[in-house]
Design a protein around this ligand. Structure first.
Ligand code: DGL
Length: 270
C-alpha cells in the first residue's frame, strides 16, 4: 500500500444524494476527517442500471477520488457495491483503501445473527446480484436470507420523505410472503434509513430493523485506526459534489444529511 497521511481526505461516492445517510454516520463517528462526497446524479438511479454500466461509472468516480488524493474510498451505494466493489478494489489497488457498505454488515450478521431468519430489501441491482446470499452462505452459520427488490421505494422517499404515502407503499412491499416471520430486516439501500421508523411500525417492533450506516462507519473508523490514518485534529473540511446539479437535489440533501449542505457541480462526464 502506498504510504498515506492522516490528513488526506476520505472519498465517498453514491449514485446520488442517498449516500449522505452513510456519510452522516461517518461524519458523526469521525468528525475530524476531511470528506469529499461525489453523487453521480447524472446516472441516478443505479438500481435499474446494468452491472456493466455501474462498473464503468464506479471506476471513473474512483479515479476522480484518487486524483483528489483520498486515502480511503467508500462505496456508499448498495447497488454500486453489488455491481462494482471487486472491480473498484482491483482498479484502485494499493493507491487507497477501498471499503463498501455490505462487508461490514456481513461481519455483523455473523457475530450477532447466526441461526436467524433474515430479510433484506434493496434495489433490483442489489437483490438480483445475490451478493448478500453468496457472502452469507460462505459463513456457514445456518442463516436463512430472504430478499425482496423494492424498486419504487428510493424514488418515493426522495419525493415524500417519511410521510404517510410511504406507508401504503410499504404495506404493498412488506406484506410479501418472502418477508414473513423475520427476526431481522436489513435496509440495503441508502434511502431506507429515512423510513426506518415506518418499517419498524409496520412490523410492530417484532422484527429488528437494521440500518447498516453506523456499522459501516464503525468499520471505517477501525480500519483507519489500524492503519494509523485517523486524522487527529479539529473539524474536518467537507465538499459535496454532484455530476448534475438541480435545485431539487440541493433541497433533498436536508432529508438525507439532516442539515443544509452546499452541493457543488463537478462535471465528471462533460
Ligand atoms: N444509492 C442506491 C442504493 O443504495 C439507491 C438509489 C439508486 O438506485 O441509485 O442502492
Amino acid at each position: 500500500m502506498i504510504k498515506h497521511s492522516a490528513t488526506q481526505p476520505i472519498g465517498i461516492f453514491d449514485s446520488g444524494i442517498g449516500g449522505l445517510t452513510v456519510t452522516r454516520a461517518i461524519v458523526n463517528q469521525l468528525p475530524s476527517e476531511n470528506i469529499i462526497y461525489f453523487g453521480d446524479t447524472t446516472h441516478l438511479p443505479y438500481g435499474d442500471k446494468s452491472t456493466s454500466a455501474i462498473q464503468a461509472y464506479s471506476v471513473k468516480i474512483a479515479d476522480m477520488l484518487l486524483q483528489q488524493q483520498c486515502k480511503l474510498i467508500v462505496i456508499a451505494c448498495y447497488s454500486a457495491t453489488s455491481a462494482a466493489y471487486e472491480l473498484v478494489k482491483e482498479y484502485v489497488a494499493d493507491k487507497a483503501i477501498v471499503m463498501d457498505v455490505i462487508d461490514p454488515m456481513i461481519h455483523y450478521i455473523q457475530t450477532h445473527h447466526a441461526h436467524h431468519r433474515i430479510g433484506l430489501i434493496g434495489t433490483r441491482q442489489t437483490v438480483n446480484s445475490n451478493v448478500y446470499k453468496k457472502k452469507i452462505d460462505k459463513l456457514n452459520c445456518d442463516i436463512q436470507l430472504n430478499s425482496l427488490a423494492t424498486n419504487l421505494l428510493a424514488a418515493a422517499i426522495e419525493e415524500f420523505g417519511n410521510k404517510k404515502v410511504i406507508d401504503s407503499l410499504l404495506e404493498e412491499y412488506l406484506s410479501h410472503s418472502t418477508l414473513k416471520d423475520l427476526d431481522v430486516l436489513i435496509l440495503a439501500c441508502t434511502h431506507y434509513p429515512i423510513i426506518k421508523e415506518n418499517i419498524e411500525r409496520y412490523f410492530k417492533n417484532k422484527t429488528k430493523v437494521i440500518d447498516p450506516s453506523d456499522i459501516v462507519a464503525q468499520a471505517i473508523k477501525s480500519r483507519l485506526a489500524k492503519d494509523h490514518l485517523l486524522n487527529p485534529d479539529g473539524v474536518g473540511s467537507k465538499h459535496f459534489y454532484v455530476s448534475d446539479y438541480t435545485e431539487s437535489f440541493s433541497a433533498g440533501t436536508k432529508t438525507f444529511f439532516a442539515e443544509d449542505i452546499n452541493l457543488e457541480h463537478y462535471p465528471l462526464w462533460d
